[in-house]
Structure formats: C-alpha cells, structure tokens
Design a protein around this ligand. Structure first.
Ligand SMILES: [Zn+2]
Length: 396
C-alpha cells in the first residue's frame, strides 16, 4: 500500500486519540444528565457546541424533530455522515449507552475533518443528530423526511458486550387493536350488550396462533391494555397491543399484518363488535447488511489490532431505527465492547464512564473514521456499495 495512504491512516488514529478529553466529556456529562427521547436538549446543546467549536456548521430541528441536528463541513461529494444518538431510558439513564454513540460519532467526524479537511479533499463531513432511538425512532422520521437521500454513506457505532460488524436486525410494526361493543348491565340485561372484551380475548388467542402457519422468524407478542371498566358492566371497549416483528419487512407488511387484521376482524364479527387498527409506532425496517462496508470495517478493526469474535449464528428479535437508514444509503452499525452487563441495565449505564468504555469508544471512532477515509481513497468501493443497495431494491 502506498505511503501516503498509510501515513494518513496513522494521522487519523493519532487525531482521534487526541480527542480523548472530548470523548470523556461527552460520555460523562450525558451520563450525568440523561434525557428521554425528544427531550435531549442538554445533549444537543453540548454536542452542537463542540461541533461548532471545531468548524462545523449546525442546523437544528431537522425533519420537524425538536432535538435533531445536522452538522456539516465542506460542500462537495461524497457526503459521509456519522450518526449520533443521545436518548436515555426511563429510570436507568444511559443503560443503552447512547452517550457513547454520540461521543464516537463526534470524535470520528472531528478526526476526519482535521486529517482530511474539505479545503483539501472533495468531501462533505456530517454528523447527524438522531434523537429518540428508544421511542419513536428518530431515524425513521428523518429517513421519511429525506434527510438521508443525499448522503453517500453513513456510519454508527453502538456499545455493548462485544466488538462486531453489527449484522442485521428485525423489522417491526407494532399495532394497537381496539374493539368497540355496547355497554349494558352485566347482571341485569347482558343480552343488550356487545362484549368488546370477548372479541379482544378471541383475537389475542387467534393472533398468537397465526404463527403456526407463518415462516420462521416472526414474533407476535401482545398484551391486553384495556379490558373494561367494571365487572358488572359489559365492556364496551377493549384494546390490545401487539409488537409485530419479522426478519423481512415485506413479509411483515404483506403477509403477517394482513393475517393479524383478518384474525381481529373475525373475532370482532363473532361477537358483533367493531374493530379499529392503529400503528402506534412506525415501521422499523430490518437492517440490511452492506458487504462492502462490512469488509472495509473489518479491515480497519484488523488495522487497529482489534480482534472480532465469531458472529453468533442468529441474533433474534432486536429492532433499531438504523434499519430504515440501511435501505436509503450504504450504512453500517458496528458494535464496540464497553461492558459485560446486559443491555438496558443500570450496570451498562455505569459502565459507560469507565476507562475501558472510553478506550473502546475511541476504537469505534477510529474504525468509522478510517473506513470513511477508505471510501474517499477508493471511490470504486463506494460506488460498489451504492450499486449493491440499488440491486437489493430491485430484488425486493
Ligand atoms: Zn441502543
């Protein structure tokens, strides 16, 4: 490999090592000030302030989200984005480690900006602040608003128990089903009532059984969220919610959801009730794996001497809003090892501010920055990644 290339890689690694105080500052301050989705005002002000200090031009509240932002430097192509998340969980704070997702994205972006400045290299470097991953899925909204339509590649890094190339995630489109019957005195004149709860219970059982006649790789978990108001009143309204998940969003939308609805409709008809459907969360698509990015990222883990454990045969059921981005632009979500604790736990939150976590966050930032550099240095690879996505769309 030519010398300029290797020197540049070394420079990127050194530049990111020098950003350790910033990474620590972001990790600790967000850990101490956890905010729920769409309320991440402290985080946004902290992150955008750092980016502005480093010469990025910031736009806030993009795609109509109060706590989103886009920070960029340069105005040529390719446009390469690092995605930050920064929402926390109720009670347990940064138990999903999104403070470190933010820190790694900022460090990667500042690192490449310093080593590959847009004044010298044709590029636009961006940080996209993507709020509310745990709730509404900020990236779903941002994808629908076209935020990713002119992005040429995107990177994100999620903390957890292992280093990995990320792999796939499931598609999810949760649904709320409400049954409307007619109230009556349950003891006095039950014959005058239409029991919405009976319909709901029948639907619950029916929907749970649909799985027997579907492909593997479907999850239909549900609860009854409203089953009436008092036992001496025939329930006029009953509601259940199902997290409808599948490996493939086309199968989910075209086969699974229609069956779920058909089942609920049948249950409603059997007691004479009406039924109403509402998606209380948007469609989260499955994560499309991008082989070109995966191979570049794997090489850069290797360059840093970071071994990757053999991938688990099949991770089941996880969902992320990154999935929607992977169908818009070549995008990869890598994982980095910060903790031995399970996800969404207090222990994982506490483990985001340890020396081990800071070191791992720097490694993740380096892998993303080095991989972004590779896409600039080998434009054929970027083209290959984009062609792959195009071909996948045609296949579907
Ligand atoms: Zn997370």
């Amino acid at each position: 490999m030519n010398q300029g290339y290797l020197e540049k890689k070394k420079a990127i690694v050194e530049a990111i090592d020098a950003l350790r105080p910033i990474v620590e500052d972001i990790a600790v301050s967000l850990y101490q000030n956890p905010e729920l989705g769409l309320e991440e005002f402290y985080a946004v002000s902290k992150l955008t302030h750092i980016l502005e200090e480093h010469g990025f031009c910031v736009r806030r509240e993009i795609a109509g989200l109060p706590t989103s932002f886009s920070a960029q430097t340069g105005n040529k192509t390719p446009r390469i984005a690092f995605m930050a998340e920064y929402d926390a969980l109720p009670e347990i704070g940064h138990g999903c480690g999104h403070n470190l997702i933010a820190a790694s994205a900022i460090a990667a972006a500042i690192g490449v900006k310093e080593c590959l400045p847009p004044e010298e290299v044709d590029v636009t470097w961006l940080v996209l602040g993507t709020p509310a991953e745990e709730t509404i899925g900020g990236k779903v909204v941002m994808t629908e608003a076209g935020v990713f339509s002119n992005i040429d590649a995107a990177f994100i890094a999620h903390p957890g128990q292992t280093y990995s190339l990320g792999g796939t995630s499931w598609a999810s489109h949760p649904i709320e089903i409400t049954f409307h019957g007619k109230s009556a005195h349950a003891g006095g004149n039950p014959e005058a009532g239409i029991n919405a709860l009976d319909a709901c219970v029948l639907a619950y059982i029916g929907i749970r059984n649909i799985k027997n006649h579907l492909r593997d790789g479907v999850r239909l978990a549900g609860i009854i969220t409203h089953g009436g108001d008092a036992p001496n009143i025939v329930p006029e309204k009953a509601t259940c919610r199902f997290t409808v998940r599948a490996k493939d969003s086309h199968y989910l939308e075209e086969i699974v959801l229609p069956r779920v609805k058909q089942c609920a409709l049948g249950a409603a008809q059997s007691v004479g009730a009406n039924v109403e459907f509402r998606h209380y969360e948007p469609l989260f698509r499955e994560t499309l794996e991008h082989p070109v990015l995966a191979s570049i990222v794997a090489d850069n883990f290797g360059y840093l001497g970071q071994e990757l454990p053999k991938p688990e045969p099949e991770d089941g059921g996880g969902v992320t809003d990154v999935g929607n981005v992977t169908w818009e632009t070549p995008c990869i979500q890598i994982s980095f090892a910060t903790t031995d604790a399970r996800g969404h736990s207090r222990e994982m939150a506490n483990d985001t501010v340890t020396p081990r976590a800071i070191e791992a966050t720097l490694t993740a930032a380096k892998v993303m920055a080095l991989s972004a550099f590779d896409l600039l240095y080998f434009p054929g690879r970027l083209e290959e990644a984009q062609n792959y996505l195009r071909a996948r769309h045609e296949k579907n």
